[in-house]
Design a protein around this ligand. Sequence first.
Ligand code: NDP
Length: 296
Amino acid sequence: MSATIIDGKAFAASLRERVGAVAADFARAAGRQAGLTVVLVGEDAASSVYVRSKERASIAANIAGTVHRLPATTTQDELLALVATLNADPAVDGILVQLPLPKQIDSHAIIAAIDPDKDVDGFHPVNAGRLASGLPGFVPCTPLGCLMLLKDRLGSLSGLEAVVVGRSNIVGKPMAQLLLAESCTVTIAHSRTRDLAATVGRSDIVVAAVGVPELVRGAWIKPGATVIDVGINRVTLADGTSKLVGDVAFEEAADVAGAITPVPGGVGPMTIAVLLRNTLVSAYRREGLALDESAL
Ligand code: NDP
């Protein structure tokens, strides 16, 4: 293995520490803590684990973390009513409705009902538009975390060839917008891309956000490229045990790439750290207090 391993776990820990220190400053200046409210509908096991981690991480970072746990039978109107209450609550800086939602609820309608200035997940169409237009807003946490890791590793990204494999609204598309804003030459690949190997092969930066275990092979990677693996896939091994793997064949790619994120311990830990960062940014903006957002 020749690649440098990008330690997302350590980077996320230091980001959470910075956020915690600035959040303490905020509480002193504003006379209240920054507030993140998470809404969980139903009892999906993975979602419950994510929500508990978000609650714990908020408290550790001096941010008031509140969770509303609603039954799986909650109606769309009931959820919309809760979102309206949170929009109007001055102590709430960030609202996050945990996805997926039960099938009787239209997640697009719920996301569209969140005040864009409290949409710390960055999923609201207004925030997608702001990102595309270069206006300040909120950027989805996972791609923003990927960008932080890339800039920490490479400094300026200007002029680099980048490929984003995957075009979802929560990862692929915002990732491509962020790389474009950094003056990369960006290709977005997806399931209809004719020659994925060649597209990946000309790229200095590869971001894989697909959800297919080890789709991106080491032989595709340009020597020295920086590889960011967003995928989290649980696969069953021959002996019946299971393990997590990314969307990139790690061992192969690490022989060719200049740097690569592992799974787990790469992009995954960045998401919650960026969520806390976005919540704190929201709190500063809403109180009209000065903050150097680029330093967070
Ligand atoms: P989606 O399922 O929403 O999107 C997957 C994308 O991959 C689609 O655009 C799809 O193309 C594309 N795709 C599927 N198969 C292929 C293929 N064979 N070749 C090329 N492209 C393909 O997934 P998400 O964006 O939500 O998530 C992607 C991965 O990232 C998942 O493993 C998920 O678990 C992980 N993830 C991790 C996070 C974290 O670390 N915190 C947060 C969010 C996601 P098309 O549009 O043509 O169908």
